[in-house]
Design a protein around this ligand. Structure first.
Ligand SMILES: [Zn+2]
Ligand SMILES: [Zn+2]
Length: 237
């Protein structure tokens, strides 16, 4: 058995040498999909941020904006800053269905979150409207949430939140327009909700989308709401 396993191992190695996986950013051979070690090393990992809204800061303290008007969520976690190669990775994941990124993001998020003792009971991905889901084919937040929940040993419960309005994309809108655009976009028809949940979205910019989802959950009696995102953009209020 050991000989067979050694042979298999060597043939895998040989196969890798002959057909290396190209890094989806630079095209050079990668040890593992989707990115090579050099590109992974250059990603802008978010190290210190405001614990309430995940705004990148020099130290992990509550930011001025959260002190002035605290968001509904008690805690926010974001893996990366939305800059450098990150927008490109997210576009490829979201619009070109490169699902290796779902494994990559979920794996790295799990590494950081699994050290926590007080994980939420479940993870709720920000839903897409059924019409948007049909045209895009998949919900990027659901793909990450499923994998992340599995690695953390918590439940992924997309059925707890529904998108009831098909709103235009937030990305081209200003702060006030975003607020109006997303209002009443979500609903929860679940009979009961757990007291502690985390919402999962791909990118957090002004935080209006997660704020509206959190408002619905809070209205339904959820006591502790967290917001987990792949990347945090610096918002200009
Ligand atoms: Zn690369
Ligand atoms: Zn903050």
């Amino acid at each position: 058995m050991a000989v067979i396993s050694a042979l298999t191992h060597r043939s895998v190695e040989l196969y890798r040498k002959l057909f290396p996986i190209p890094c989806l950013l630079c095209g050079l051979p990668a040890h593992k999909a989707p990115l090579c070690q050099a590109c992974i090393g250059e990603l802008p990992w978010l190290e210190t941020a405001c614990p309430r809204c995940a705004m990148p800061l020099q130290s992990a303290q509550i930011c001025g904006h959260c002190l002035h008007s605290p968001p509904i969520q008690q805690h926010s976690f974001s893996l990366l800053r939305y800059q450098a190669a990150v927008p490109r990775c997210i576009t490829r994941f979201k619009f070109h269905q490169q699902l290796q990124f779902a494994d990559f993001f979920a794996g790295h998020m799990a590494k950081q979150l699994q050290q926590r003792q007080d994980l939420p009971a479940c993870l709720i991905p920000i839903p897409l409207h059924p019409r948007r889901l049909r045209s895009r084919g998949f919900n990027q937040s659901l793909e990450v949430a499923t994998r992340l929940a599995q690695q953390l040993g918590i439940r992924c419960r997309p059925e707890l939140l529904q998108r009831v309005r098909n709103t235009p994309s937030q990305s081209q809108l200003h702060y006030r327009q975003r607020q109006r655009n997303i209002r009443h976009a979500f609903a929860s028809t679940a009979a009961s909700l757990p007291p502690h949940v985390a919402l999962l979205d791909d990118v957090m910019t002004t935080g209006q989308t997660v704020a509206e989802a959190a408002r619905i959950l809070q209205g339904r009696g959820v006591q502790i709401i967290e917001v987990w995102t792949i990347a945090r953009a610096i918002s200009h209020y």
